[in-house]
Design a protein around this ligand. Structure first.
Ligand SMILES: [Zn+2]
Length: 353
């Protein structure tokens, strides 16, 4: 089974946390379904090989309350999911099915991600990664879709806003599929920025360039539809040259990442050509932005990824970046020195910065 090593309290890396729990294996959408419990078996193995279970702080999940689910979801929909699990096996959508344990495990996935928000926003941890299932980013207010029951990341963003009175939360989604559920939740509000890179045209069909938000939310949805076959260099530069600058302007107080690894070149579902290096680079850009903007507070939450090899490789790449990068905050002295150098050089330069 998936026994993790007991962490040594004296050598735990500062500020790094992970969430993994073998109960997440209990959600079983069917024997030939790609969103299989084996995905987490592979990731747990990667966690142990990497040593995160020894060096990082474990985060204990809890079940989300129905009241917390209703931060995003319609109460009638929540009841529908609960009822479906009672009559399992049952389908909520053509590709979204439940086993008897699925409702409780979906509560545990959502609640686990809320625990991650608490760890980040209370200042206990700085960077966390949550390996939960079922995934969430296709789930809408009233609908389970695309293997997703409840929208873990959308719930986390609203929860963070309410509990910690945050004014701006950024959700960045690098799953191969567009997070239509997340986009729809926040399409008309500016308080939660949604940025997605995804294969297009592709399931679920949304996420074109001109989907930018509506009403007060106009401009606060940003989509980068990528052609099939897109490789690491293009993917990574979108994060380092564009998403980073958008985040600098938005000034989020927390960054949440819908971390799907189904853009991996061997993924049986996705059609991008990314490797672990592309995911590592994109994640590093996001962590640097978090360091600049919000005391490093960033939470990665597993979405898709159906190549077991890809899940291991890409999770490990993100964890390597989480561990290697250090806070880049300037001391007061460094900050004063930087301002002086920057200001003086700008006086003489034809270039602007
Ligand atoms: Zn996906």
């Amino acid at each position: 089974m998936l026994e993790m090593n007991a962490p040594d309290q004296n050598t735990l890396a500062e500020g790094l946390g992970y969430l993994a729990d073998e109960r997440y294996l209990l959600h079983n959408p069917g024997s030939r379904h790609p969103e299989s419990p084996q995905r987490l078996v592979a990731i747990h193995q990667a966690l142990r090989e990497f040593g995160a279970d020894v060096r990082w702080h474990p985060i204990q999940p809890r079940e989300a309350t129905v009241g917390e689910l209703e931060l995003v979801h319609d109460p009638i929909f929540v009841e529908r999911v609960e009822r479906a699990a009672k009559h399992a096996p049952a389908y909520l959508d053509f590709d979204t099915s439940v086993s008897a344990e699925s409702y409780e495990i979906a509560l545990l996935a959502a609640g686990g991600v809320l625990e991650c928000v608490d760890a980040l926003c209370s200042g206990k941890l700085r960077r966390v990664i949550a390996f939960v299932r079922p995934p969430g980013h296709h789930a809408g207010r009233k609908s389970a879709r695309g293997f997703c029951l409840f929208n873990n990341v959308a719930l986390a963003a609203v929860y963070a806003r309410k509990k910690y009175r945050l004014e701006r939360v950024a959700i960045v989604d690098f799953d191969v599929h567009h997070g239509d559920g997340t986009q729809a939740c926040f399409y008309q509000i500016p308080e939660i920025l949604y940025v997605s890179t995804h294969q297009f045209p592709f399931y679920p069909g949304t996420g074109d360039f001109d989907e930018v938000g509506e009403a007060e939310g106009k401009g606060y949805t940003l989509n980068f539809p990528l052609p099939g076959g897109t490789q690491d260099a293009c993917f990574a530069i979108i994060y380092s040259r564009i998403v980073s600058h958008v985040l600098d302007q938005y000034q989020p107080q927390l960054i949440l990442v819908s971390a799907g690894f189904d853009g991996y070149f061997k993924d049986p579902i996705g059609g991008l050509s990314l490797t672990h290096a592309g995911y590592g680079s994109a994640s590093a850009s996001l962590m640097l932005a978090a360091d600049r903007l919000c005391q490093g507070k960033i939470g990665f939450v597993l979405e898709g990824g159906y190549s077991l090899h890809g899940l291991k490789d890409c999770s490990r790449a993100v964890m390597v970046e989480m561990e290697q990068q250090r806070p880049r905050e300037l001391s007061a002295r460094e900050s004063a020195a930087f301002k002086e150098i920057s200001g003086k050089a700008a006086t003489f330069s034809r270039w602007k910065w």
